[in-house]
Design a binder for this molecule. Structure first.
Ligand SMILES: Cc1cc2nc3c(=O)[nH]c(=O)nc-3n(C[C@H](O)[C@H](O)[C@H](O)COP(=O)(O)OP(=O)(O)OC[C@H]3O[C@@H](n4cnc5c(N)ncnc54)[C@H](O)[C@@H]3O)c2cc1C
Length: 811
């Protein structure tokens, strides 16, 4: 074993092999993979190894397309060919119109990535898969690229090509400890000696937390037992004369693919089982869990009914192995939160199909600092401190039980609820709140008109439409109160805090005490990395002079890593998170000043406290920090209250609000109002694939600032001109909101992709944001939107159509 290398990848399953291969593809050859046993001896060797192109967002579709293209290349490589059945096709079945509508949306979304799915009816499903019955079937989504691969050959081929490019692979070498040095490099101890490395990668499959513990990290990954069986030959398959397409069934929770002349059928039973929660035997390698077909009887029956041929043949082999899950079902691929020079590619539950793409995007992040797609949907920092293996296990069970049932918009499943609450969550519940979950926080979505109000799961506007309209109306005409919990907040102190922040933001963010400003952070490629407000609070009995950095609810770990990575040892700057200590009560509407004045001493007049001011005060007797900022476009105040005083502040505001028709409102009303104001959402509209000029943030960029992160790259980008433009659109239907990912078209060709959409209740229009080709970005340009298969007209409009002069906000 060599004594030093650039990167040590720990784990030789598909995840580790793909990462190693792609590191060499990105130009790093001094890289090493360490595997405790043989390559693929974890989960990979016994995988059903289906490779689909289907994904539920564009990043997932893009990375899966990369897998498919790479695997085809490896299949055709005469030097080390890999067995890959590409293009058998696959059907995701559906028996409800709502599922079919979802598939039509995913088809619209994938088209923007150059991938075509077909949505077909039940008869066509049966024509393409002659073994299935059409009973209780409406149709399905067809992915023509579906297939399966030999997972061991695939991993070996990736390792082979990586070795050829200079990488080294050490098998039968167990990593036993990790030590990080002051310069952020690592020493990796193994039972075969130690190796120093700049960077380590955890690719340890179900042993993820054994290696996590070596670096003091607890990854939210849990394992489930998962079974499939392989049948004897089925005459219908031999007679068909073509390979059977793959099937994935959300009706009865199984999948199947052809294996020789029989079928491989895998199950997602309701009576499912976590695995390895109390530790894993060191001897578990190339191993399986005991068969337990009794457990899958509930779903087996559904498979038999759909494919009666299964009842006529015997079972040749059963495989039961561990498979990893995360809190939201997507893997953790990227930088490990709170660590430097440490990455992971873990929590893969479809790792053979996706592994090619994940390894590719991870290698790009390691080598270049960013991948070509925005990788937030797989970023390990998208969960924050509340996530642990206990919570993950609950979500893993739920996810396993719903494997092929995609989430609908506004659907929040019951497992692991209440992970993060505030002292007023029970009060909101008593008020009739419907909750959404934001990074574990229970956040009010709207106040239900009746306790048994449950809108249907749908991609269309749902039954809550009028409820939200009424909440918006009260904010517009009177005053509303909304709890915004979990909003990310850092306190930045030290005499050099403004110098530091100036370097982080691409524009001028206010340095004046008592003032609030909005700014954007770029990465080194000049692309949009983050968005934050800065509020400058003068020294007081509550603390020294400080800047409060506020950003999106899930951004805490992401933004903290980014800010800390750019702190300079010779600057006096300290950053601490107060995200979990404070909650915001938003008071919005023309009567909000009256309510604030009635419960808080001091002069809250426009002259004394204009828009974009910040002031410490008391709400009743509860200490609070008030900012004059507005996401709704009405006169509004963000009231930041320590959680210990939240109930007191809430009670004071409710009491003061009685005289002014104060009513509660929730996140869905906020969403509607922000669309009318042209305000953007981090990681929906603000992504690393576009620079601030493309994102229509020109007014927040000051290129004449001597320096800021991303400036040089941005200057070059500006010279080259934009590739896309961010626009606002009016959509000509009142049936369905524009859904993120949906494709905009002109004459049948894709010209843009929706990022956000919602009904603007104050202006009575269906609104959307999108990135579109520059040639179609002018106001007035007409195009069509594929909205769940309905082709509807869309037109570019000026941004922020409600109160464009901001007169109401400044009133
Ligand atoms: C029954 C079943 C069917 C499946 N079907 C499919 C499918 O159809 N399609 C699909 O895409 N996915 C499928 N999967 C999931 C897929 O197989 C996994 O997502 C994938 O194999 C995970 O790969 P990995 O590299 O992350 O983990 P693993 O394959 O488990 O590799 C991790 C490696 O790390 C090594 N390691 C651990 N600790 C150390 C250490 N301390 N030092 C050195 N090395 C260490 C292990 O020995 C192991 O080789 C299936 C899984 C199961 C169980």
């Amino acid at each position: 074993m060599k004594s030093r290398t650039k990167v040590v990848v720990i784990g030789g399953g598909i995840a580790g092999c793909s990462t190693l291969y792609h590191l060499t593809q990105e130009g790093w050859s001094d890289v090493v993979l360490i595997e405790r046993d043989e390559l693929t001896s974890g989960t990979t060797w016994h995988s059903a190894a289906q490779v689909t192109n289907f994904g539920m967002n564009q990043t997932m579709v893009g990375l899966k397309s990369h897998s498919v293209a790479l695997y085809k290349k490896l299949r055709d490589d005469p030097e080390y060919p890999v067995g890959y059945h590409h293009g058998d096709g696959g059907i995701r079945l559906a028996n409800t119109e709502a599922q079919m509508q979802g598939y039509r949306h995913f088809a619209s979304m994938a088209r923007g990535m150059g991938v075509e799915y077909e949505v077909i009816d039940a008869q066509e499903c049966a024509r393409r898969h002659p073994l299935i019955s059409t009973d209780n079937l409406l149709g399905g989504l067809w992915d023509g690229e579906d297939g399966d691969i030999d997972p061991a050959q695939l991993s070996q081929a990736l390792a082979f090509h990586a070795r050829k490019a200079g990488a080294e692979v050490y098998r039968h070498t167990n990593v036993t400890s990790l030590t990080q040095h002051r310069d952020d490099t690592w020493t990796v101890e193994t039972d075969e000696g130690s190796i120093d490395a700049d960077i380590v990668v955890n690719a340890c499959g179900y042993r993820v937390n054994e290696v996590g513990a070596m670096m003091g990290v607890h990854h939210p990954v849990a394992s489930m037992e998962h079974q499939y069986f392989i049948t004897e030959d089925i005459p219908g398959i031999v007679e068909a004369g073509h390979r059977m397409p793959l099937l994935r069934c959300p009706i009865s929770d199984y999948y199947s693919r052809q294996e020789k002349n029989g079928l491989l059928v895998g199950f997602y039973e309701q009576d499912c089982k976590t695995w390895g929660m109390d530790g894993i035997s060191p001897n578990f390698a190339n191993d399986l869990c005991p068969d337990d077909l009794d457990r899958v009887m509930d779903v087996l029956e559904g498979a038999f009914e759909r494919m009666p041929a299964l009842t006529e043949v015997g079972i040749k082999r059963v495989v039961n192995g561990p498979i990893t899950y995360t809190i939201d079902g997507a893997p953790l691929v990227g930088q490990i939160p709170g660590k430097r020079n440490a990455f992971c590619i873990i929590g893969l539950r479809a790792g053979v199909g996706e592994g090619g793409g994940h390894g590719w995007l991870l290698a790009q992040q390691i080598v270049h600092g960013e991948a070509q797609y925005d990788t937030w949907c797989i970023d390990p920092r998208r969960f924050t401190g509340h996530t642990n293996v206990e919570l993950t296990a609950l979500k893993a069970i739920e996810d396993y039980q719903n494997e092929f049932r995609f989430h609908f918009p506004h659907e929040h499943r019951p497992a692991g609820r209440g992970a993060k609450t505030t002292p007023i969550t029970p009060i909101m519940e008593a008020e009739g709140a419907e909750f959404t979950v934001v990074n574990g926080w229970e956040r009010v979505e709207y106040i239900k008109p009746t306790p048994d109000f449950h809108p249907s799961l749908s991609f269309d506007f749902d039954e809550a439409f009028d409820v939200i309209a009424a909440e918006v109306r009260n904010v517009q005409e009177n005053v509303g109160l909304c709890e915004v919990n979990g909003f990310n907040r850092f306190e930045i102190t030290g005499t050099d805090r403004h110098v530091f922040l100036d370097r982080m933001f691409c524009g001028n963010v206010t340095k004046r005490d008592g003032r609030v400003g909005l700014g954007y952070l770029l990465n080194h490629f000049g692309m949009v990395k983050g968005e934050a407000t800065i509020a400058n609070i003068p020294a007081s009995d509550r603390g020294p002079a400080r800047a409060w950095y506020g950003s999106a609810a899930a951004s805490e770990f992401h933004d903290m890593d980014w800010l800390r990575a750019h702190m300079s040892a010779d600057e006096d700057v300290q950053i601490r998170s107060i995200t979990n200590d404070q909650t915001i009560l938003v008071l919005a509407g023309p009567k909000s000043r009256d309510v604030l004045s009635a419960c808080s001493r001091g002069d809250w007049s426009k002259a004394a406290f204009p828009w974009l001011s910040v002031r410490e005060c008391f709400i009743g007797f509860a200490p609070a920090t008030v900012m004059g900022v507005s996401f709704s476009g009405e006169l509004a105040y963000e009231i930041h209250v320590p959680n210990a005083s939240l109930y007191a502040a809430y009670t004071a505001l409710r009491e003061a609000g009685k005289a002014h028709d104060l009513k509660l409102f929730g996140a869905r009303a906020v969403e509607s109002m922000r669309m009318e104001k042209g305000f953007l959402h981090w990681k929906a509209d603000l992504i690393t694939e576009f620079d601030p000029f493309e994102t229509a943030l020109d007014r927040f960029v000051k290129l004449d600032k001597p320096d800021f992160i991303g400036r040089d790259a941005l200057l070059k980008r500006k010279e080259a001109g934009p590739t896309k433009k961010f626009v606002s659109l009016e959509i000509s239907t009142d049936k369905t909101p524009a859904l993120g990912g949906a494709s905009l078209m002109q004459e049948g060709a894709v010209v843009g992709t929706i990022t956000s959409g919602d009904w603007g209740h104050r202006i009575g229009k269906n609104l959307a944001y999108a990135f579109v080709d520059v040639s179609v970005s002018e106001v007035g340009t007409a195009m069509q939107l594929d909205l769940c298969g309905d082709i509807v007209d869309a037109q570019v409009i000026a941004a922020g159509p409600y109160d464009p002069e901001f007169a109401r906000t400044r009133s």
